[in-house]
Design a protein around this ligand. Sequence first.
Ligand code: ZN
Ligand code: ZN
Length: 251
Amino acid sequence: MTKAQTFAVTENVWCVRRASYLTCSYIVTTPRGTVLIDAGMDSSGRDILDGLMAINREPSTIQSIMLTHWHNDHTAGSRAIQELTETSVHCHAKERPQLMRLAAHRGLRGQVSDLIPEWGLLVLFKGLLGAATPRAVENPVSVESGDVLEEFFEVIETPGHTPGHLSYYYRPEKVLFAGDALAVVNDRIRFMARPVTPDLDRARASMKKCLSFDVNVLCPGHRVPLVKEVPRRCDEMLDYLDSAGRWPLLG
Ligand SMILES: [Zn+2]
Ligand SMILES: [Zn+2]
């Protein structure tokens, strides 16, 4: 299995990413402790633990896990980190059934998904077939728009990719953790692909909502964070959304 890479985004934000699928989870070091935005692709928690080791932080410093949505490539490590640190996990109420695996074993797809190992690109198929994160999160805390977590993280409801998708805005550094509400490709803000966006209208409204924040650094759920000319890129995308610009098939 390939190892996750960890790289600095800002002074206090690190991206943990596996080369095989480019899903980004983030480690944020705050005055109140370490915060995770999503929890890595590995259900042993190894992606996050490797990331913490790379930046010399102990797992015991983790204060909170804030999940953007239930998809396995963003949440797989949640339970392992919870067991290690007893940290609380936050999500929107609508993602709770999948995060708690309440209906995970129903149907052939779910059963096949459970059998697929977490190796390389297989993680992608595991996620596409499954209807739950691989290990049930214990008592996730429901949060909604307007809530502020760990003093500095504003919760933004951004449904569309999933019904309870959340983004988080880290006020001190004006960092937007957008999850899969949008994509960043070649230093431009783009849509996610249509086939992974079940509700295009709500997803459009969600993009407008989160891009309207005063953003200096944009951390998406895949590929690479946007750190250059971010206010300008946000304005360009907002203009495009306001002009009812079309949503390309592949985003
Ligand atoms: Zn997703
Ligand atoms: Zn994703």
